[in-house]
Ligand binder design. Sequence first.
Ligand code: SF4
Ligand code: SF4
Length: 442
Amino acid sequence: MQTSFTLAQLADPDVAEADKILRACVHCGFCTATCPTYVLDGNELDSPRGRIYLIKDMLENDRPAGADVALHIDRCLSCLACMTTCPSGVHYMHLVDHARVHIERTFRRPPSERLLRTILAKLMPYPNRFRLALYAALLGKPFAPLAEVCGLKRLAAMLRLAPWRGPRRTLAPQIFAAIGARKGRVALLAGCVNDLLAPQLNAATISVLTRHGIEVVLPAGAGCCGSLVHHMGRDNEALAQARADIDAWSAMEGLDAIVITASGCGTTVKDYGFMLRTDPAYSQRAAKVASLAKDIAEYLATLPLQPARSASGMVVAYHSACSLQHGQRITRQPKELLGKLGFMVKDVPDGHLCCGSAGTYNILQPSIARRLRERKVGTIERLRPDVIAAGNIGCITQIAAGTELPAVHTVELIDWATGGPCPPRLRGYRPTAAMRPSSAAG
Ligand code: SF4
Ligand code: SF4
């Protein structure tokens, strides 16, 4: 694609990067076939190619974003299916991230939209504030249908996604010693939303790692990875959160990896080197942190896991989170780990399509998110699985809101099959042959 940025514009490293990305696009349109928003409605402006044209026009003419551009970029899930499909290697993620920053700085959203975005940005990354919000949501949850009827779709979406129980205590900074001889040392990104909504994920991660000889460190000062605000175009807040995490992890000696259980966060942490490339005080440490970041399945695949139970007979529908399969290109390891431990893993048809979670997307774009969830749940339920597994808390929450099937994190099943406790959502579950003690297990 030809571009016509001026030399003055190209002096800005972000514009220069956007120019490089735009030039790589040959407008073939292959990406449209795998874009969830295009698949739903067939609108070219809600396809990757259409969005690329909108972004090009906005940036080249150096003009404030208009309502039309904001509308179609806001509808993008940042699922990155287009990047997996693109034969020309167009780095859509960096392009849309830059476009979101430009929109955030130049477009005046309606007051209610601004208020909602500010509330999300100021609550969700901060566990103490988010805990209070979850208590309020618990009180309001019964009124979700009423909110829907009154046209308050975003409020209704928030209430539906909130859990039916109060939030648990978050993990304090500490070290979890390896059981037996220490074979490795990792830092765990406990996460913000993750730890409050589903503390069993970190518990399962710590359990399986320490049982296999890995020391797990939760350093003081590490918090939200910045992903939530990054996807809203609030780059200063995202970079501040990234720098705090880099400071915390860089202070730790001898880390083999930074283990992350939320694949959306993993995609962002792996991009820290790019996000902070122009910051001389952080660029090197950011690149180091990015190189250490590992999804939990990616890291567990390097360990000799010992099955303690036979999982034969338990059918797992594996939902491949977009941030894992498209953002980090991790597709094999979670399924291979589950398969080796005896689970019968089934791929979800049209697995490249997003479930509609996408960070705060299911709150900000509830109608599209609901349609994508219904589509995803339909394909999953047709597999008649015993359980749904995914590697991202956002997907688990989104899918669980639309089905009676239990939805768990992959690491919960791995921990269970290697000697850890039964995942809370599977307690009381009685499959015919599943999870009986293995004769091989001592
Ligand atoms: S597939 Fe790649 S090159 Fe083709 S239109 Fe989409 S982004 Fe451009
Ligand atoms: S990131 Fe996903 S929703 Fe956005 S343009 Fe690409 S495929 Fe479509």
